[in-house]
Design a protein around this ligand. Structure first.
Ligand code: ADP
Ligand code: MG
Length: 308
């Protein structure tokens, strides 16, 4: 339902978004992950028709951003990373105000606003003043506002940033709910593990370039080509490290305090010879485990070439 083809935006010499290609089906929740300044907002604004690309195509439900921008605005709900709220308005008035700007009028309008409030669990604040809400509550109202015109594709730019842990969990719940409602979602974050369990797909962006994308499990697997083992022995850590370094399947060994980190060569799935050789040499093993590949380590692995 969303297809971007080599979407590119330049600011002078800087390529803020460099040939970004994304393909999403209905109901996908796509985690768009990358550090600050990597091009997430730029990409999302191009999809939302708020920014003209220099190159590339983008189709939402088969409509091009160039030839059907108005239809795309109906199909897309964009929640910017920062949005102003108005003083002197209650939550329900705020939503009705925006509903009116979407030309949602008549008796149905109040019902739609109440529905969206319900969806983001904010009905209990319907008569509160918008400028007195917490940041987490403001984000939820922002999401309700983004949902008013029943968009098919939601672009949520860092909805969890600046929130406390509880509010972050709430946002994750909402993302799941949106997926269940068969909305297609792009949600950006510079905090990696945040999105792992709610996204069906992830894309990792670094300096305008999509360095990896796909279903979460595949991206993790790609990063996993280099398995890292965490090993602790009861004594002589340095000597044990030297012993491990001699194995053919081992690419690199580092030590940090008591722990030996062993990076294996690609596709070295069977590393049983390592614990055996330690034991044969008389070492007592306290810990031997594969480092977990979470989105964070995956990102570090996959962007290695671009950092520094
Ligand atoms: N209007 C602009 N003029 C010049 N450079 C910009 C403009 N907007 C964004 N950039 C630059 O483009 C890059 C990508 O920015 P952005 O898309 O906001 O990243 P992110 O959302 O991932 O933090 C950054 O280096 C940023 O400084
Ligand atoms: Mg941004």
């Amino acid at each position: 339902m969303l297809e971007t083809i080599k979407l590119t935006k330049r600011y002078g010499d800087l390529v803020a978004a460099n040939e970004i290609t994304i393909n999403l089906s209905q109901g996908d929740v796509f985690g768009f992950i990358g550090p600050n300044g990597s091009g997430k907002t730029t990409t999302m604004r191009m999809i939302a028709t708020l920014l003209n690309p220099d190159y590339g195509e983008c189709y939402v439900c088969g409509k091009s951003i160039y030839t059907n921008p108005e239809e795309i605005r109906r199909l897309v709900g964009y929640m910017p990373d920062f949005f102003g709220v108005y003083d002197d308005m209650t939550v329900i008035e705020y939503l009705e105000f925006f509903a009116a700007t979407y030309r949602i009028n008549g008796p149905g309008r109040r019902k739609i606003c109440e529905e969206k409030l319900e969806l983001v669990d904010m009905s209990f604040k319907r008569d509160a003043m918008v400028n007195q809400l917490s940041r987490g509550q403001t984000q939820r109202i922002g999401l309700a506002r983004t949902l008013l015109h029943e968009p098919e594709l939601l672009l949520l730019d860092e909805p969890a940033s600046g929130l406390d842990p509880r509010a972050r969990i709430e946002i994750r719940k909402l993302l799941r709910r949106l997926g269940e409602l068969k909305k297609t979602v792009i949600v950006s974050s510079h905090i990696l593990p945040e999105l792992a369990d709610v996204c069906t797909r992830v894309g990792m962006i670094e300096k305008g370039i999509m360095v990896a994308d796909g279903v979460v499990a595949d991206v993790m697997k790609k990063a996993r080509e280099a398995v890292i083992l965490e090993i602790q022995v009861m004594e002589n850590t340095e000597k044990a490290a030297a012993l491990l370094e001699q194995h053919d399947i081992v690419n690199k060994v580092t030590t940090e305090k008591e722990t030996i980190f062993v990076t294996l060569k690609p596709n070295s799935d069977d590393y049983s010879e390592l614990p055996s050789s330690l034991i044969e040499s008389g070492y007592r093993i306290r810990q031997f485990r594969e480092e977990e590949v979470n989105l964070e380590t995956a990102f570090m692995e996959l962007t290695k070439g671009l950092q520094q």
